[in-house]
Design a protein around this ligand. Sequence first.
Ligand code: SF4
Length: 282
Amino acid sequence: MPRILDPDTRRSLIERVRYYHELGIYDFYRRGPAPGQVEASSIQPEARGQMTPRKTMAPRPPIEENMFEVIATRAELKVSDPVEALGIIREDLGDCTRCVLHKQGRKQIVFGVGNPGAELMFVGEGPGADEDEQGEPFVGRAGQLLNNMIKAMGLRREDVYIANVVKCRPPGNRTPEREECETCSPFLMRQIGAIKPKIIVALGAVSAKTLLAMNASMAQLRGRFYDFKPTGVRSNDPDWSGCKLAVTYHPAFLLRDPRQKGEAWKDLQMVMRELGLSVPSR
Ligand code: SF4
């Protein structure tokens, strides 16, 4: 069974590997213990002089595969055209079976849609039934509301890029599990690295918590910008080392509780000001 790392350990490990990358070291090999090999810590102090092993180290389970997959040097880093870079990432994703969502009724992978050179990117949670049917994020009722939100900002849907944390529909529109988010999100991180937006708007708690690796309530997460750098992704553009990230409510939540639309509008106005868009006085 793959070993799932807790977020802090995972982040530390990714930072350490990124540091090695900055030093120009890209290839890493994990070596299991040789038969009969012992760890120094497993030898009793009094026995160290004789080097008598107390017990043999158990074989370590493999670290989850896609941690190193996302950190490894990527072909998309060699291209400057975001369309081409996104094409490479989509090709890598392939007919993905990396998490259980591939066998829970998905019709197709919903990769993302919009302007590959967008300054503004929206990231939702996962595809619903309509998105699964059409292969495009945010096309159902929640998508209509997102379109209206984008229009209210003075933009068109085709001006922005829209993607989700998980790219396959969770059965019954359930919330994606943490493990599913962690397995799929490296591809989202790579999409962000290819698009290089100025601002990301995380739609809802799943998106915000996955992108920020923070466990906090929506009330705590909203109302400010975060400095965001996609985890494990090295940019080929010296002018882009990350972007700002804001959190607002998921449109599906706003459909259920329209009283929160005013709060979401405040979040979008904050984003508009940062993008230099004119904000209506009321
Ligand atoms: Fe692969 Fe993501 Fe779909 Fe899971 S949700 S099967 S990781 S594309």
